[in-house]
Design a protein around this ligand. Structure first.
Ligand SMILES: [Zn+2]
Length: 86
């Protein structure tokens, strides 16, 4: 399986309570900016910096994936177990 990872598109940064939010489409965890002054652009850059990615393969296309899930995708056996549990 070939895996293509690219930075998360800014269109997938949400804003809640005037603070930017990023949401993992794989494990459904999310990160909310602590400062109300943070812009979606800043949050997108911060998320990219810590490892959030858009992950694509022949079989799926996840627009937003957290660093933990990106790591799981690179460990196929462990990831299969995770999917079975869901
Ligand atoms: Zn995740």
């Amino acid at each position: 399986m070939s895996l293509l990872t690219t930075p998360v598109d800014i269109a997938h940064i949400d804003v809640m309570d005037s603070r930017p939010l990023i949401y993992c489409q794989c494990c459904r965890s999310y990160e909310h900016a602590c400062q109300s002054g943070a812009t979606p652009k800043m949050w997108q850059q911060a998320a990219t910096y810590v490892g959030w990615r858009h992950v694509r393969s022949e079989h799926f296309d996840l627009d937003v994936v957290c660093p933990e899930c990106v790591a799981e995708f690179h460990q196929p056996v462990k990831h299969r177990e995770l999917r079975k549990a869901v």
